[in-house]
Design a protein around this ligand. Structure first.
Ligand SMILES: [Zn+2]
Length: 193
């Protein structure tokens, strides 16, 4: 998955601009984009993606998406493309910051209400949009949340060493502590006897 992350040649050729300079529109007009078979690509700010931001260590990182809109043979509104992001999360082993790369392909069928989902091709995930204002930031955010790993931790040995060090420190503290609650209990017992 990771090696596709920085392959932006397709979109660069299409837009002729470096990807860092392009922002993805937050909203698009659902009445037009499918009929006009539009394509959009660009970056979103993590500070605008509050739900995703809540799962991260900070708002540093990049979120990139390229999306194309069209109608399929049955007139269904389809969004295909990909999302990619570099994000900082907390390592669940050592609790330090950790940078991760995530990305996924998108295949969505846009429907007006949930009960229409059964009519979609099984290769499409439903995306509900009842009005004409389709939020691309919500869409990208949702896809990224879905592909966030459940557990994050460093791959390198640094993380484990750090953890061992912390474990040793707390074990030593426990041994030598004069204020141990158990020590206090012991004294109380002796006194009461
Ligand atoms: Zn770690």
């Amino acid at each position: 998955m990771i090696d596709i992350l920085f392959d932006t040649s397709a979109c660069d050729a299409y837009y002729g601009a470096p990807m860092v300079n392009v922002s993805l529109p937050k909203y698009i007009d659902a009445r037009k984009v499918f009929l006009q078979r539009e394509r959009v690509s660009g970056l979103l700010k993590l500070s605008d993606l509050r739900r995703l931001r809540g799962l991260l260590a900070n708002d540093r990182g990049t979120v990139y998406a390229e999306l194309r809109f069209f109608l399929d043979g049955s007139g269904n509104r389809i969004i295909k493309g990909k999302v990619k992001a570099t994000l900082n999360v907390i390592c669940q082993r050592c609790l330090e910051q950790l940078e991760i790369l995530i990305g996924d392909d998108i295949s969505l069928g846009v429907i007006e209400s949930e009960d229409l989902a059964s009519g979609l091709d099984s290769t499409l995930d439903p995306w509900i949009c009842s009005g004409y204002k389709l939020s691309l930031s919500e869409l990208v955010e949702e896809q990224l949340i879905l592909c966030l790993p459940i557990v994050n931790h460093h791959e390198d040995s640094d993380c484990t060493n750090k953890l061992n060090y912390q474990a040793n420190v707390s074990a030593k503290k426990g041994d030598s502590s004069k204020d141990s609650p158990f020590a206090v209990l012991k004294t109380l017992k002796t006194k009461s006897l």
